[in-house]
Design a protein around this ligand. Structure first.
Ligand code: ARG
Length: 435
């Protein structure tokens, strides 16, 4: 391993097994954060030049050297591995390697504590943007299909029992609105955690007049996490809220997947999952299984599990505690797996094939009873009276057509009046004016 950045004359050797336990997995996770750490380190160097702690020449050399580090990292020529304690020391080691004594100047006025905090905020901001845009794309696919299949009859269920005639339009639009909401939530949470902790150092500030605002602006943060202690105490708290946004999406995806897997079963036979998302059985030659739908359903478990793990780490006193490092694995695991799963959803939904005849046939006469009661209400009867009368006339419903039932479903949001334009307008309004 390269020398620890904290090594001093008095340092004694740390047992290798201890270091592996402390840092072995962490340095691998830092691969996800290195580009953000570089970005923030470059802004920090420029900020130090503005207050005269570095000359502009020194800062420029550092910025250029870190550009080379990023390029080497992205090309796979620089491996962030157990040679380093973490991504932070790897950056300093690279700078010192390339620039000698100048490299050792990068850490003035900062600590690894604010360094990791700012990298994590940048990471979460980008992941939340991706989440919002993925939710938006899922909503769009659902809206397109809702429009195209607005009039297609399906049986509506409550309690998994036959309830009323419904439409594919209503079913699709219901899932569309869920993902519009999820996109909105991701943006809100992104805004909420959009603040720079950089320049709070180890949690107490430093004795230079750091240009924190200028550095924050350069990094795209509209405000500071002002208090150095809170910059550390908010670690984990922001991660939890980011996972809330992700869990809102995967929770709705779980429900959508449930519908798909149920409707795809031979007993229902309402739809076919596109073959590109299915795999076969090793023993039963007759089978093609909707595995993707099932693992999209269980995706939520990964996110909720990660949230629980994170929450459990946070029983801590104020200030930086090394425990906070353990918030990184659940955060990164949840976003890697969560976003990879969500990315598959648009094409999956696009390829779903409905069996229209089967859907229409599944609407039984009794499902028109509520329409009958409401028709009598329109003729002036009290609803309760009409309800009892309809219950006694179930035999009269055999000739009814579900298309007529849908045609009459004019209440706002109902099958004949889906208000897709409102959902579209809300979706289009999201993410506008965002940096
Ligand atoms: N890997 C550490 C973390 O995630 C980085 C900060 C280390 N700070 C320290 N004082 N040891 O928390």
């Amino acid at each position: 391993m390269t020398d620890y950045i904290w090594k001093k004359a008095s340092s004694q050797a740390v047992d290798e097994r201890v270091m592996r336990f402390l840092a072995g997995d962490d340095v691998v996770l830092d691969r996800e954060l290195l580009v953000y750490d570089i970005q923030a380190s470059q802004a920090h160097a420029r900020g130090l030049a503005r207050i005269g702690v570095l000359t502009s020449e020194q800062a420029n050399k550092m910025v250029e050297s870190m550009n080379r580090l990023r390029a080497a990292f992205e090309a796979g020529d620089f491996l962030l591995d157990g040679r380093f304690e973490d991504g932070h020391s790897a950056i300093e080691a690279w700078l010192t390697d390339e620039l000698g004594e100048i490299g050792g100047r990068i850490h003035a006025g900062r600590s690894r504590n604010d360094q990791v905090a700012v990298a994590l905020r940048l990471y979460m901001k980008e992941r939340l943007r991706t989440l919002a845009s993925q939710c938006g794309v899922i909503a769009e696919v659902c809206l397109v299909r809702a429009e195209a299949e607005a009039d297609h009859v399906i049986p509506g269920h409550t309690h998994l029992q036959q309830a009323m005639p419904s439409s594919l339009g209503l079913w699709w639009a219901g899932h569309a609105e869920a993902f519009v909401d999820n996109a909105a939530l991701a943006w809100r949470i992104r805004d909420w955690l959009d603040a720079s902790p950089l320049g709070t150092a180890s949690g107490f500030g430093v004795n230079f007049p750091l240009d924190r605002d200028g550095v924050a602006e350069e990094l795209g943060f509209p405000r500071l996490v002002v208090n150095p202690q809170y910059a550390q105490n908010s670690r984990g708290k922001t991660e939890l809220r980011a996972l809330d946004a992700l869990a809102a999406a995967t929770g709705d995806l779980r429900r959508l997947s449930w519908d798909l897997s149920l409707f795809a079963s031979q007993e229902f036979g309402y739809l076919e999952v596109p073959a590109a998302f299915c795999t076969g059985s090793s023993i039963m030659p007759n089978k093609l299984n909707p595995d993707t739908v099932e693992l999209l359903r269980s995706l939520h478990a990964t996110i909720v599990g990660a949230r629980g793990e994170l929450e459990a780490v946070l029983s801590l006193p104020s200030g930086y505690q090394r425990d906070l490092q353990d918030t990184k694995p659940p955060l990164i695991r949840a976003f890697s797996r969560g976003l990879a799963g969500l990315a598959l959803v648009p094409a999956l939904l696009d390829g779903v094939q409905w069996n229209r005849q089967r859907l229409r046939k599944a609407v039984s006469p009794g499902m028109h009873a509520t329409d009958l009661a409401n028709e009598q209400v329109q003729q002036g009867r009290s609803f309760r009276e009409a309800y009892r009368a309809a219950a006694a006339q179930l035999d009269s419903l055999a000739e009814r057509r579900p298309e007529d039932s849908l045609e009459a479903r004019v209440s706002p949001g109902g099958a004949r009046n889906l208000l897709l334009d409102r959902l579209k307008a809300r979706l289009q309004g999201l993410g506008k004016d965002r940096r």
